[in-house]
Design a protein around this ligand. Structure first.
Ligand code: ASP
Length: 330
């Protein structure tokens, strides 16, 4: 929801999922990232937009790329950043998620970036706090900023998303990236295919709008993008795969398999990669691979999200909702 009158903004207080973003809001984030991407090339990599604002990174699951990328994005917009190490915080003493978040808010935090193993955890915080909550991955549900940076990368490399065929391979069942990307790519007009063994890629995904394939050859034919997902061993129950080796033989993305897609098809992966399992070393480092570009694009995308949420916060503060007259129906 851009404010057509003047300053671009997201009117939601929080960024929790792609599901509730409109196509126009996604496009607004991508356009805003275009103008922020240049900042990384300036000798002084800073804009004053978030001066005086504080962002907290609250990660209950491990992260390298996402946490660092949010931190860099905030720092480049001049915010102060605090990283909470959950391993040595009061969470270890059994403090509830909400108590931890309320403690942070009591110290006047403006943005909380959160990753949690439970789907919906950031939504709970968002409902209970004034701070803007950004979902950096909740369980198997969504990872919205990953999808946004992936859309940005496809648009940058292929000139657009509408009409493209984007095929995601691997552990679709446990992947929050798969869900967010399916929603974002389809909202922007792409055709999305999911491919993996039936235990990791059930037919139910068809109800969400994905074409489901269990055969790599047919899935790759005509693909503009080969998007490889990590096997999320930490979320696996026993019996999902006969063996890791069998998975690699049947579904691993090798140089020969890349040739089955459209010539010049992009190869993507959200990281961290299990090299030699879901993707070969050669494919990961091939010229068609844009995995490093995905990481680089994470910073301007997260800057755009912070910038647009901040514009919305400023607009709300300038014109708070008018209280209903006494006696009016609730
Ligand atoms: N980094 C992504 C996530 O947090 C993908 C992965 O872990 O496989 O969901």
């Amino acid at each position: 929801m851009a404010d057509s009158a003047s300053v671009p903004m997201l009117k939601h207080k929080d960024l929790l999922e792609i599901a509730t973003l409109s196509r126009e809001e996604i496009q607004l984030i991508l356009h805003t990232a275009d103008s922020l991407k240049d900042v990384a090339r300036h000798p002084i990599k800073k804009l004053p937009t978030l001066r005086g604002r504080t962002m907290v990174n609250l990660f209950y699951e491990t992260s390298t790329r996402t946490r660092t990328s949010f931190e860099l994005a905030a720092v480049r917009l001049s915010a102060d950043v605090v990283n909470i190490d959950v391993g040595i915080s009061s969470v270890k003493k059994g403090e509830s998620l909400l108590d931890t978040a309320r403690t942070l808010e009591a110290m006047s935090v403006d943005f909380i970036v959160m990753r949690h193993a439970a789907s919906g955890a950031p939504h709970t915080l968002a409902r209970n706090l004034h701070a803007s909550v950004i979902n950096a991955g909740d369980g198997q549900h969504e990872h919205p900023t990953q999808a946004l940076l992936d859309c940005y990368t496809v648009r940058e490399k292929l000139g657009g998303i509408a009409g493209k065929t984007i095929t995601l391979f691997g552990d679709l069942l446990h992947s929050r990236v798969a869900r967010s990307n399916l929603l974002a790519f389809t909202k922007l007009g792409a055709k999305v295919r999911f491919c993996g063994p039936p235990t990791l890629c059930p037919r139910e995904f068809e109800q969400l709008g994905a074409e489901v394939h269990h055969d790599v050859k047919t899935a790759l034919a005509g693909s503009d993008v080969i998007y490889v997902l990590r096997l999320q061993f930490e979320r696996h129950r026993l019996g999902l795969l006969p063996s890791v080796r069998a998975y690699t033989q049947q579904y691993g993305i090798s140089t020969d398999r890349v040739k089955l897609a459209k010539p010049g098809a992009l190869v993507m992966h959200p990281g961290p990669m299990n090299r030699g399992v879901e993707i070969s070393h050669e494919v990961a480092d091939a010229p068609q691979s844009v995995i490093v570009d995905q990481v680089a694009n994470g910073v301007p995308i997260r800057m755009a999200v912070l910038y647009l949420l901040e514009s919305g916060r400023t607009a709300r503060a300038a014109s708070p909702p008018v209280p209903a007259p006494m006696g009016a129906a609730a």
